[in-house]
Write a protein that binds this ligand. Structure first.
Ligand code: NAD
Ligand code: UDP
Length: 349
């Protein structure tokens, strides 16, 4: 049984991953400021993980930028398992592209300074195993699709720049001394929810991303989906993305952690995606089919900064982790609808 520190574990991807890790028998300390989440998510995670799981899950409300809060989290890890943290899974961060353009300092502070503070605390506590949430946003406007990990890193907004900087920091740490086991996982488009509909994505305000927006149209919270461009060089003219079911993504983290803990020190850099592209129109139609509700739509201007097609080459993850996605678009929509329809106003309802 390992002791894991999960930063940002109350968030969308963190909560689903926490469930998978609890089910795998690990002990977890979650450090989260609840800047973009609710403790209710983890209460439900403990419930879903079954009897006895709550005793293996401890929540620390705090900020990754605070040395004091990181000390509390590492101390909680030792107290929970009688030994220091074996590994950290680092989800905590800010992720809204538009907000990052308006508030770059906040993004550099939370994403880069927060990660730097965390890595310093890991070093002080002799913990050198880290799984980091990176993003396909690093590839900017990709030169080739599907995109391999060797593609040029050329982010086009402050969010992407901050992720690229953390990736570089982690590469520098790995090169600085032997012993670091680091996975930089570049997620494509995580969507969907746990099939129970008990946990899911709960964005604040008007969703920026396609999938939560479509869910809110289907449930009647928003009138109409605006499709950002109908003249892209794609088969139906709408943008194409590589959507990945959040449970597949959560299982990808477990696989990465297992490889890091079983093998020697290394720096792993992997795309986590399905390798399949779906257009905005396909997503809207699949969601209508899953929900039985109409998704009215209107084609509007392209959104600045969008690429036509972003699809992962997921072959490295398959080779290194023995992991690949097993859930398709219909599963993502079915499970996303299970969550949205049971929790139309999210966790705070
Ligand atoms: P989320 O906002 O749901 O989760 C992030 C969590 O971090 C939240 O619980 C939030 O309260 C917490 N947090 C924020 N700032 C904090 C701080 N200073 N200290 C402690 N906790 C803090 O986002 P998510 O979708 O679950 O994303 C998780 C990670 O994956 C992020 O780093 C994000 O950049 C990355 N990522 C997400 C996507 C996506 O589409 N969802 C894609 C690629 C990468
Ligand atoms: N999109 C859209 N309407 C929306 C939100 C998104 O047409 O209200 C499109 C967007 O242009 C892109 C795709 O949906 O082609 C996925 O966008 P999202 O913001 O979810 O992810 P990302 O752009 O980060 O890949």
């Amino acid at each position: 049984m390992t002791n894991l520190l999960i930063t940002g574990g109350a968030g969308f991807i963190g909560s689903h991953t926490a469930l998978v890790l609890l089910e795998a028998g690990h002990r977890l300390v979650v450090l989260d400021s609840y800047a973009n989440s609710s403790p209710e998510a983890l209460r439900r995670v403990a419930e879903l993980a079954g009897p006895g799981a709550a005793a293996r899950l401890q929540l620390i409300e705090g900020d990754i930028r605070s040395e004091h809060d990181l000390e509390r989290a590492f101390a909680a890890c030792s107290a929970l398992g009688g030994k220091p943290a074996d590994a950290v899974i680092h989800f905590a961060g800010l992720k809204a592209v538009g907000e990052s353009v308006a508030e770059p300092l906040r993004y550099w502070d939370v994403n880069l300074s927060g990660s730097r503070q965390l890595v310093g605390a890991m070093q002080a506590h002799g913990c050198r195993t880290l799984v980091f949430s990176s993003s396909a946003t690093l590839y900017g406007y990709p030169e080739t699709v599907p995109i391999p990990e060797t593609a040029t890193i050329a982010p086009i907004n402050p969010y992407g720049h901050s992720k690229a900087a953390v990736e570089q920091l982690l590469a520098d740490m790995a090169a600085s001394e032997p012993g670091w086991r680091i996975a930089r996982l570049r997620y494509f488009n995580p969507v969907g929810a746990h099939p129970s509909g008990r946990i899911g994505e709960d964005p604040c305000g008007i969703p920026n991303n396609l999938f939560p927006f479509v869910s809110q149209v289907a449930v009647g919270r928003r009138e109409q989906l605006q499709i950002f461009g109908g003249d892209w060089p794609t088969p139906d003219g709408s943008g194409v993305r590589d959507y990945i079911h959040v449970m597949d993504l959560a299982e990808g983290h477990r696989a990465a952690l297992d490889v890091l803990l079983a093998e020697g020190p290394q720096l792993l850099t992997l795309n986590l995606g399905s390798g399949q592209g779906h257009s905005v129109l396909e997503v809207a139609a699949a969601f209508e089919a899953a929900s039985g509700r109409p998704v009215p739509l209107k084609i509007v201007e392209r959104r600045p900064g969008d690429a036509a097609i972003t699809v992962a080459d997921p072959s490295q993850a398959a080779q290194r982790l023995g992991w690949r996605t097993s859930r398709g678009l219909a599963d993502m929509c079915r499970d996303g609808w299970a969550w949205q329809s049971a929790n139309p106003d999210g966790y705070e309802a």
